[in-house]
Design a protein around this ligand. Structure first.
Ligand code: AMP
Ligand code: MG
Length: 419
């Protein structure tokens, strides 16, 4: 039974997100690691290029390097070939009135200001006839055209994608300064939970959320400690929280955050720290708990804070998935040192109708069809995990809003939410 005073306030998704994210700041602790091992880590310092890229003027064609002025004043367009420049070899200055044979990626010799591609020439013996009048700069990639020495190529807070690693390597960075990984402890409540591989007793279900949530955390580059299933008992829940608080930045739990008699997470966190229980006006996923668990004084490793953040997710599989993507993901990425964490949404056409929901912000599982519109998964129940595999994103449907065919809706692709 809940009385009006014990009932948590109903927050909009935007209010809940703003409150949650305002509490997050980058964890302390950085390390220098080899660039080859830095995939998905977050830079703690700007990467500044020590050189121009390309480091010299290079030819972007196989052909002949010439000086355009020589060509303008020559009586005929036949020039002696004075040198041959393959990629990776330093050239001599171009002798006036001559051409240099040159290949893609090779250094343009001083004195040359254009490349004539070989298709626009006729070679005969040691001479070449130029059949085209190039503009100065033609087929030359200028020194520094991509990157200028001294410029910031990757700012602090960047999550290192394969392309970012390539860019860092292109300026010769063998090591990168990154934030340490966010340490997350996770556990699951519910006496009905069984691990795959065990027989399913009457009344039991498989602990699917353990697989989903661990995968989500690992995709974000977290260092995960999994405490597994914790029985629906206050003492056991408190003991696990106390232990998990010691060496982690965040404790994430799943289930047991309602206010039923079997829901012990709320009183356990209140006893071990502090808690705000939020009813968020969203579907799926209503209850979300946010707070912190005290840390024993003497125990502290890289983390020096007196407490560990706590987030409690609802147990329904689609609810925990959606609340993770919308709330836990940006929170974890801010702890990890990123600065921009909002997913980019698309405006797409709805190829379906959806009747008006209630005052909750719905996150509907949908997928992009061949015509570029959106199809809706027919069963939007928060227990139907199938929708999360069938779909490729969430439609962010505002409260009290019906969707009609042809309407443009806000779609957040999973590709923006899973890493
Ligand atoms: P709760 O939030 O504990 O009230 O759980 C809500 C619903 O989600 C119940 O039907 C639970 O059986 C189910 N549930 C809770 N935890 C998990 C889990 N780890 N995996 C799958 N289903 C779960
Ligand atoms: Mg439960």
């Amino acid at each position: 039974m809940s009385t009006p005073t014990s009932r948590a306030p109903m927050l909009s998704t935007a209010e809940a997100l703003a409150t949650l994210l305002s509490a997050a700041s980058p964890i302390t602790g950085t390390e220098s690691i080899p660039t080859l091992e830095a995939l998905n880590r977050v830079l703690s310092e700007d990467v500044i290029s020590p050189l121009d890229v390309p480091p010299m003027n290079t030819s972007s064609m196989d052909g002949y390097a010439i000086c355009t002025e020589d060509l303008a004043t020559a009586d005929n367009r036949r020039l002696p070939v004075s040198q041959r420049i393959p990629a990776g070899h330093a050239p001599e200055p171009l002798k006036p009135g001559t051409a240099a044979r040159i290949f893609t990626g090779a250094t343009v010799p001083p004195g040359a200001d254009a490349i004539v591609m070989q298709e626009q020439t006729e070679a005969a013996g040691n001479e070449v006839t130029i059949l085209h009048s190039p503009a100065p700069g033609e087929w030359i990639t200028a020194q520094g055209a991509d990157i200028r020495s001294g410029s910031i190529i990757l700012p602090a807070g960047t999550r290192l994608t394969p392309q970012a690693l390539g860019l860092a390597a292109s300026v010769g960075c063998a090591e990168l300064q990154v934030h340490r990984r966010v340490k997350v402890a996770v556990f699951f409540t519910g006496d009905e939970l069984t691990m795959p591989g065990e027989p399913l007793k009457p009344g039991a279900i498989y602990n699917s959320n353990r697989f989903t949530l661990r995968g989500l955390l690992e995709n974000l580059g977290c260092d995960v400690t999994d405490y597994g299933i914790v029985p629906d008992k206050l003492d056991a829940t408190r003991a696990t929280l106390r232990e998990a608080a010691q060496a982690h930045d965040l404790i994430l739990t799943c289930g047991g955050v309602s206010v039923g008699e079997e829901d012990h997470v709320k009183p356990a966190v209140e006893a071990e720290g502090r808690l705000s229980m939020w009813q968020i006006a969203m579907k799926p996923g209503k209850p979300l708990a946010f707070g912190a668990v005290r840390r024993a004084a003497q125990q502290s490793d890289a983390a020096t804070s007196a407490e560990t953040f706590f987030i409690g997710l609802p147990g329904n599989p689609v609810s925990s998935f959606a609340t993770f993507l919308l709330f836990v993901r940006p929170f974890v990425l801010l702890l990890a040192g990123m600065r921009t964490v909002a997913p980019r949404a698309l405006s797409l056409r709805a190829d379906f109708t959806q009747k008006k929901a209630d005052r909750r912000n719905e996150f509907l599982r949908a997928r992009i069809n061949a015509a570029g519109g959106l199809d809706l998964f027919p069963n939007q129940s928060s227990a139907v995990l199938t929708s999360t595999v069938w779909g490729d994103g969430l439609i962010d449907n505002p409260p009290n809003h019906a969707i009609s065919v042809g309407e443009t809706v806000r779609f957040i692709p999973f590709s923006e939410l899973l890493n």
